[in-house]
Design a protein. Structure first.
Length: 412
């Protein structure tokens, strides 16, 4: 076992230990009383149910993480990645096809490892707490659709990145970065039209009070939309959501049918005002630019070690290839990846507060968004008292209680 092997194991196990410790802090923090903003909406029985649901999910996450860490450690110690690479070489000739085969094998192994936990969460935990509406047939269909998309979208992206790194040893990372950025942008542009409808049915919102209120708000605030749609989210879960997607003329507002059925017109408009706020305040562009920068950092660091023989030796891999190097690098990159995730999550939480403020000021009614946030949290059994360390490490949105307090302090 080399020093680099020990270092990588330290990164992997250390990160798992940190997350486990923070998760434990979060569970111990569940003893907090019901927040004052929720006392009218949550009784003792409901609050106990929220806490029990949080505990069940955290327990599942804990066992899932143990299995994942043990599997990774065994792969490193036993040279499993070398076996996967040999399988890929036996299946295809040429580094591109071998690389895609290797990435496919690793992805399939990862999916099979997480599959039992996904089944348990969907058909046991979500079922027990009244959320699940996914049938076994739909569950399997979603997985096959995901594999199909990974092949037709992820395949060309991975092939391009592998080819650029392989063909241009010195500056290949720059070209691969530009290619990946353009590719991801193109996918986001066409996703509302070609990808999302594979999973959900988009039905145009009928004329009426709600559509009129949404169009009036969007027009008043200079937000052009190509359509307002209802998504059949209830076929998978009782949880509610709303979002807008697309760029330029392809902007679409999407409302889960569960949201429409559980909220008033004012509350729905407030939720959409928040989402529109992200666009008007350039949060989406900023987050996209942030992802471009983090991708550049990742590709640059990858270029430094891609042909570093000791990295392959640390994993008992005999033949250096770009695809294998990408997977091995992901483990070495664990600490920096964690730091960048914490940074982007901090930015995201900051932008959520700003979007809330935009919604309150443009609707002139902060209480409608507060009411909507309370309903969304209670109906989805969200943890109302997350530990600050857990929020810092995991949350892309501020805790709902903090958002409501901030909304109450906004001067309209």
């Amino acid at each position: 076992m080399t020093f680099l092997t020990i270092l990588i194991l330290f990164f992997i196990i250390g990160t798992w230990g940190l997350e486990t410790w923070v998760n434990r802090l979060n569970l111990n923090y569940l003893g907090q009383p019901v927040p004052s903003a929720f006392k009218h909406a949550v009784d003792t029985h409901k609050y106990a149910k929220i806490q029990a649901y949080t505990r069940r999910n955290e327990k599942l996450s804990f066992f899932s993480s143990i299995v994942s860490v043990v599997a990774i450690v065994l792969c490193i110690i036993l040279g499993i990645f070398n076996i996967f690479n040999e399988w890929a070489a036996a299946l295809f000739s040429g580094q591109i096809m071998q690389g895609l085969a290797f990435l496919g094998i690793v992805s399939l192994a990862s999916m099979l490892l997480s599959f039992p936990f996904s089944i348990y969460k969907t058909f046991c935990i979500e079922e027990e707490y009244g959320f699940n509406r996914t049938t076994p047939k739909l569950f399997i269909a979603d997985r096959f659709k995901g594999i199909f998309l990974a092949i037709i979208i992820g395949g060309p992206l991975a092939a391009g990145v592998i080819w650029f790194f392989q063909t241009f040893p010195t500056f290949g990372w720059v070209i691969a970065w530009g290619f990946a950025t353009a590719f991801i942008f193109a996918v986001q542009y066409v996703a509302p039209i070609w990808i999302m409808p594979l999973f959900n049915k988009f039905t145009p919102l009928e004329d009426g009070e709600l559509r009129l209120a949404i169009e009036k708000f969007a027009q008043k605030n200079g937000f052009n939309i190509s359509g307002i749609y209802i998504i059949d989210g209830s076929k998978r879960s009782n949880k509610a959501n709303a979002f807008f997607t697309g760029f330029g003329k392809q902007k679409r507002i999407a409302l889960f049918d569960t949201l429409v059925n559980s909220m008033s017109t004012e509350e729905i408009v407030a939720v959409l005002a928040h989402e529109i706020g992200h666009s008007k305040l350039n949060h989406i562009k900023r987050m996209f630019l942030t992802s471009i920068v983090t991708t550049a950092i990742t590709f640059f660091c990858l270029s430094l070690v891609l042909r570093y023989q000791p990295l392959y030796t640390a994993f008992h891999v005999e033949h250096m290839t770009v695809a294998v190097g990408i997977v091995l690098f992901s483990f070495l990159y664990t600490p920096l990846s964690l730091i960048m995730t914490i940074f982007t999550s901090y930015l995201s939480r900051k932008y959520e507060f700003e979007a809330d403020s935009f919604a309150a000021k443009t609707t002139g009614n902060s209480s409608a968004l507060c009411s909507a946030l309370i309903k969304l949290s209670v109906n989805s059994l969200s943890n109302l008292t997350p530990h600050p360390a857990y929020v810092f490490l995991h949350y892309s949105h501020p805790p709902v209680v903090a958002r409501i307090e901030a909304l109450k302090n906004i001067s309209l």
